[in-house]
Design a protein around this ligand. Structure first.
Ligand SMILES: *Cc1c(COP(=O)(O)O)cnc(C)c1O
Length: 338
């Protein structure tokens, strides 16, 4: 049995999810005629207390659309040095929006309101105008860390004072909500736009949603078109999203519990220097200097356990919907045998 812990994107739709998809009512969403896409968009907008949501084929496109909505070419986005929008979206910030990033030196992908204040450029004409603050919750490269909500509120105030837009890359926001017992409404109140992913922890084959208020979002549909993100009978995919929101959010606590147990087992291994704090479903650990990274990963692969490298001797495991209790027992046992 292959145990794939490389990412929470490796899940396949369950039978019940597939049933929901097959029964979806669909239409041409480019003509705004797909009732299931509309239902998903309304539901997600409502959850966040926003007036508009838009369904996207990927989280990357949802984020890139938000960046485009909030900036003009030549301006600057303030984000963490670990940010997905900066590291893992193929340089799209520059390519799609013509903006640069002012990188903050945060902790596990998170920074403070004071750091934002310092990063805002003066309005003198030789500086790039700062126009957007982008945060990520949970942080991907930061190992699934969750923000302190009070700090996010403080950053909102800095944005208000300095007329900056505020975007949340919430690809794994569901994990943060469950781990910290927070609500979508609270997040909707402080951010201008939020992207959420349906194809990570929630187990959908495809899909992300961008939410915001009508005034900002009216342009999003055009930008999505420019990026080639229009889909026709996408209701089949949106139905998976509706199913996932109803059935797969609360169970994320399971993923978090298993991740902590794996972390406990890893911290016993002499090959490992440090296991980073585990708050949600991502486990990042660093090997000792004398341990060969390739050999370590291969050793686990020989036991049918698949993980990935994050570079600089750091390795990552991610628990998810298709990682069963049975697999978990095997993993804990295998780690003891290393
Ligand atoms: C995965 C991820 C994305 C992008 O999602 P895709 O659907 O893979 O394009 C964006 N932000 C974060 C933090 C992610 O982890």
């Amino acid at each position: 049995m292959k145990i794939d812990l490389r990412s929470d994107t490796v899940t396949k739709p369950s039978k019940d999810m597939l049933d929901a998809m097959m029964q979806a009512k669909v239409g041409d969403d480019v003509f705004s005629e797909d009732p299931t896409v509309k239902e998903l968009e309304h539901q997600v907008a409502d959850m966040f207390g926003k007036s508009k949501a838009l369904f996207f084929p990927s989280g990357t496109m949802a984020n890139q659309t938000a960046l485009k909505l909030h900036t003009n070419p030549g301006e600057q986005v303030i984000c963490d040095k670990y940010a997905h929008i900066y590291n893992y979206e193929s340089g799209g910030v520059a390519f799609n929006s013509g903006v640069s990033c002012k990188l903050l030196d945060g902790e596990r992908g998170m920074f403070t309101a004071d750091q934002v204040v310092e990063a805002i450029n003066p309005s003198d004409y030789w500086y790039a105008p700062s126009s957007l603050v982008a945060v990520e919750n949970t942080t991907n490269k930061g190992g699934g860390a969750c923000w302190d909500f009070d700090e996010l509120v403080k950053i909102r105030k800095v944005c208000d004072t300095n007329k900056l837009a505020y975007h949340l890359d919430g690809a794994r926001l569901w994990n943060a909500l469950v781990a910290k017992e927070e609500t979508t409404k609270h997040y909707g109140e402080i951010f201008d736009t939020i992207s959420v992913c349906l194809s990570k922890g929630l187990g959908c084959p495809v899909g992300s949603v961008l939410v915001g208020n009508e005034d900002i979002m009216q342009n999003a549909i055009r930008i999505r078109k420019v990026f080639g993100g229009n889909m026709r009978q996408a209701g089949y995919l949106a139905a998976a999203g509706l199913y996932a929101i109803d059935n797969n959010i609360d169970r994320l606590v399971e993923d978090h519990k298993r991740a902590k147990e794996i972390g406990g087992a890893l911290s016993q291994l002499s090959a490992i220097k440090v296991v980073e704090t585990i708050e949600t479903n991502i486990i990042i650990f660093e090997l000792n200097d004398d341990v060969n990274e390739k050999a370590f990963v291969q050793g686990l692969a020989n036991k049918n356990i698949h993980i990935i490298s994050m570079g600089s001797k750091k390795l990552r495991l991610v628990t998810h919907l298709d990682y069963t209790n049975n697999m978990h027992k095997i993993v804990l046992k295998s780690l003891k045998e290393i």
